[in-house]
Design a binder for this molecule. Structure first.
Ligand code: CUA
Length: 309
């Protein structure tokens, strides 16, 4: 079973959906078998045996007619009740309070905010395992859709409107998801990584995200200067520098993430270099432009970014 399969649910919400699907599938399979069996039986039992004239005609079997009306009605009524139950269980009521987590969809990346502490991250969501996080979903541009199959239902992310979900993972682990509403060229590359950490690990991670980036070491000063001088700062924020924009992901703790470009590439020196060299090669349509840096500049920029733990 794939690690992010909806059939391997890791929260009460996802379990409710998975159970409903299994029950519906089982009933559907039972009916399919029943119908197929009856079709085959009738085709054999009542086949043409070469007898002369019309076969015996039969009109009206009230008991049978009531049975084949009442049975499907009962079944559908049962599934309806189960579906309403699953809707409630998969999307429990939300209190009117400040959310624990805010996820803002952009073309084509995820902005992640922790309103209680003020921490900001991108693309990789950390949550404490076993604790429900009241999560607010927004969009900065078009309609996106947040879906982490093992953790809960799909929910639209609508510009100018807030949707809320409970995000919770029963056990520590990495849960994969993806944008599930077509949102343009980069839609296929809006991967979601949810890291459900043991609570102490989560607290440590959160504290680290709040820390400012250290002043660039002498060996990466060139990259830092390049970052500040190029148009990078028009889109990306780095806490403690003049970069404050949120058009692209916050890069303050860039090197602490496992992937880059919203899950396209592993966060390795070589991949960062190649990404900076030609972003479109890996993510067609990405708004990150190709700056046509030369080799020295690419190396300087990569070295700088890779120190941003
Ligand atoms: Cu964002 Cu599809």
């Amino acid at each position: 079973m794939a690690p992010s399969s909806p059939f391997n649910p890791m929260s009460a919400q996802a379990r409710a959906i998975s159970h409903l699907f299994t029950i519906t599938l089982a009933w559907g399979a039972f009916i399919l078998l029943l119908v197929l069996t009856l079709v085959v039986y009738c085709a054999i039992r009542f086949r043409d045996r070469g007898e002369p004239g019309y076969p015996k005609q039969a009109f009206g079997k009230p008991k049978l007619e009531v049975a084949w009306t009442v049975a499907p009605l009962t079944l559908l009524a049962g599934l309806f009740v189960l579906t309403v139950g699953a809707i409630h269980a998969s999307d429990p009521p939300k209190p009117a309070r400040q959310p624990d987590l805010q996820v803002i969809a952009h073309q084509w990346w995820w902005e992640i905010r922790y309103p209680h502490s003020g921490a900001v991250a991108a693309n990789e969501i950390h949550i404490p395992a076993g604790q429900p996080m009241l999560t607010q979903l927004n969009s900065a541009d078009v309609v996106h859709n947040f879906w982490v199959p093992q953790l809960g239902p799909k929910k639209d992310m609508v510009p100018g409107y807030s949707n809320l979900i409970w995000l919770r993972a029963d056990r520590p682990g990495i849960y994969m998801g993806a944008c599930s509403e077509y949102c343009g060229a980069g839609h296929g590359w809006m991967r979601i990584h949810v890291f459900a950490d043991p609570p102490q690990v989560f607290e440590a991670w959160l504290a680290h995200q709040l820390a400012r980036a250290p002043a660039p070491a002498p060996n990466v000063e060139q990259g830092a200067r390049l970052f500040a001088r190029s148009t990078c700062v028009n889109c990306h924020a780095i806490a403690g520098t003049k970069g404050k924009a949120d058009v692209g992901p916050d890069l303050t703790h860039f090197a602490s993430r496992t992937t880059i470009a919203t899950g396209v590439l592993q966060n390795t020196r070589r991949n960062v270099y190649q990404w900076l060299q030609d972003p479109q090669q890996y993510k067609p349509g990405a708004y990150m432009p190709n700056f046509h840096f030369d080799q020295t500049q690419l190396e300087a920029m990569t070295a700088y970014l890779e120190t941003m733990q």
